[in-house]
Ligand binder design. Structure first.
Ligand code: EPU
Length: 317
């Protein structure tokens, strides 16, 4: 895809100046969660504010500010190197810090909302800087206020997370992490061990966007009622599940898509990843529209076979 005009902002002053001169903008962060189906004719504004700082410390915690243009995984590795705990399960997630709260990035039992302290964002209409605390962000599963009522209204400039300096609260209940730790005979893992294991699991299941075009999970895992799930489970006793509440169950979309026969299938240069059916891949020359057509075909089939509607997780432009 082609951006007609492109500008990179490395400071809040840059952002304010660009906002004051342009009415319509296309705001771009790391670009890892976007499917482009057309060229961008508005000015593309790349948010590239850099910097990672400790802003406050207590005996047990450290508050770290990372500016929006920092690469997420580099930031996680910096925290691990300094033995600051809380983000290790979120290792190797593509994208930048600034967009991490928008979709409340999550993996292996942890979401950014668990360590998120606050963020600053510029209001596009006024250029004013606003602070949003955790409770202001309305975090949900791959969701926040910035994907809903405040969509398109703010540019996130920095994020502050609250991490542990000691007695790290490790989360390795997720099956694949446990199995991998056992394989390596690690019974008292460090945050670095968890990060290493997560990196290896991700590398084995998820295609590297640098090698083959993809945006990670293309769909969200659907949440259905317990009654609907019980009916499904009678037909498919091996169906995996995540319990959301006593009335709601989340079903892995990857499993549903695999059952419909799409896993590893290729349609021209658009395809469904061979190791994780939730990920759509571009083998080279598929257009955004072709990837989107495949996504729609998958949605229709899953609805026909299971009566479940899949929501697209990536931003389709
Ligand atoms: N499964 C299949 N077939 C597949 C894929 C998965 O049967 O092709 C089954 C697995 O066997 C497993 C279950 O589905 O029992 C869950 O699979 P997995 O652990 O790979 O996780 P997921 O639910 O498919 C979610 C996130 C991922 C995140 C992983 C690990 C969403 C939309 N995706 O995937 O996030 O890495 O959990 O926590 O919630 C992303 O958002 O881009 C992303 C990659």
């Amino acid at each position: 895809m082609i951006a007609k005009e492109f500008v990179s902002a490395t400071s809040i002053n840059d952002l304010r100046e660009i906002l004051s001169k342009n009415k319509t903008l296309f705001i771009l962060s790391g670009g890892s969660n976007i499917l482009f189906t057309k060229n961008i004719t508005d000015l593309t504004l790349h948010v590239a504010l850099k910097g990672v700082f400790v802003v406050k410390e207590t005996k047990k915690h450290v508050y770290i500010q990372a500016n929006a243009g920092e690469n997420w995984h580099d930031f996680v590795l910096w925290c691990i190197k300094n033995d600051f705990g809380g983000l290790e399960n979120l290792s190797l997630i593509p994208g930048n810090v600034g967009t991490s709260p928008m979709q409340n990035i999550g993996a292996y039992g942890v979401e950014i909302k668990d360590t998120f302290h606050k963020l600053e964002a510029i209001e596009i209409a006024t250029g004013k800087l606003h602070t949003f605390l955790n409770s202001d962000c309305n975090f949900g599963y791959r969701n926040s206020v910035f994907k809903n009522e405040l969509k398109g209204k703010y540019i996130i400039t920095s994020v502050v997370v609250k991490l542990t300096k000691e007695n790290h609260k490790l989360n390795y209940s997720y099956g694949a992490i446990q199995t991998e730790l056992e394989k390596r005979s690690i019974d008292k893992p460090t945050i670095k061990d968890i990060s290493d294991v997560v990196i290896d699991i991700r590398n084995s299941k998820l295609p590297n966007p640098k090698e083959i075009g993809n945006s990670g999970s293309f769909f969200k895992n659907p949440v259905i009622t317990k009654e609907a799930f019980d009916i499904l489970q009678k037909k498919h006793p091996n169906i995996p599940l995540y319990i959301v509440s006593h009335t709601q169950i989340k079903v892995p979309a990857g499993w549903l898509i695999e059952q419909c026969g799409f896993k590893g299938k290729r349609f021209g240069d658009a395809g469904v990843h061979k190791n994780q059916a939730l990920v759509l891949v571009n083998y080279g020359n598929a257009t955004g529209q072709e990837i989107y057509n495949l996504a729609q075909k998958i949605q229709q089939t899953v609805t026909e076979i299971f009566g479940i509607d899949l929501d697209i997780e990536v931003n389709v432009v």
